[in-house]
Ligand binder design. Structure first.
Ligand code: SF4
Length: 195
């Protein structure tokens, strides 16, 4: 889409990132892979002239930086879902407006391994009959299931509700157990670099 009178250097291409792609300090302590941003991802986006929108971190803005690592089942409650919905509303408002103005949303980059931002791999209790929670001297086993986290699900629901259904979702892995960063980078590259 062209503006009749005013043009400038903008690429009119936008990508939405899970907060910790740009700020690893938000992660649960023990799983940050980079000092600050995921350098190879952000370098690629900067080089390609993609505008970056950093979505707020749902966990950090709910439980703060001293939280424990949890499974999806602990976050999947009405209070946290409402918190995610508030964030999602502001995120999708921006996506919708950029689309209205002719911009290309190249994708959403989520975070596999997270109970909240996971896209394809999300931690769940290994035994679905065992309730999680309680004092920290009892921590049941967990496993990564092929499903989305709480925030990812609410974000996709809201996009669908507004008729925005053609934006690709990809995930960067939190650690090796849930995927390879190189593969994620290739998938993101294929979205932003049109040969
Ligand atoms: S994966 Fe999501 S919830 Fe977890 S630290 Fe990153 S932005 Fe926050």
């Amino acid at each position: 889409m062209e503006h009749p009178k005013v043009s400038d250097n903008r690429s009119e291409k936008i990508i939405f990132l899970s907060h910790c792609c740009l700020n690893q300090n938000a992660k649960v302590r023990g799983i940050a892979s980079y000092p600050g941003a995921i350098t190879p991802l952000i370098s690629m986006l900067l080089e390609e002239g993609i505008g970056i929108i950093q979505m707020p971190c749902p966990e950090m803005t709910y439980l703060g930086n001293m939280r424990w690592g949890q499974v999806k089942d602990q976050y999947n409650n009405p209070m946290f879902r409402r918190h995610c919905k508030c964030i999602v509303d502001t995120v999708v408002d921006q996506a919708e407006n950029y689309i209205q103005c002719g911009y290309q949303i190249v994708g959403f980059v989520m975070m596999d391994g997270s109970p909240v931002c996971g896209l394809n791999r999300t931690p769940r209790p290994k035994d679905s009959n065992v309730l999680w929670g309680g004092m920290t001297w009892y921590i049941p086993e967990s496993e990564y299931l092929i499903e989305g986290g709480v925030y990812s699900e609410i974000l996709q629901e809201e996009l669908k509700k507004r008729g925005i259904e053609n934006i690709p979702f990809v995930a960067s892995p939190e650690f090796d157990e849930v995927g390879e960063l190189d593969q994620a980078l290739d998938a993101i590259k294929s979205l932003i670099i049109v040969e």
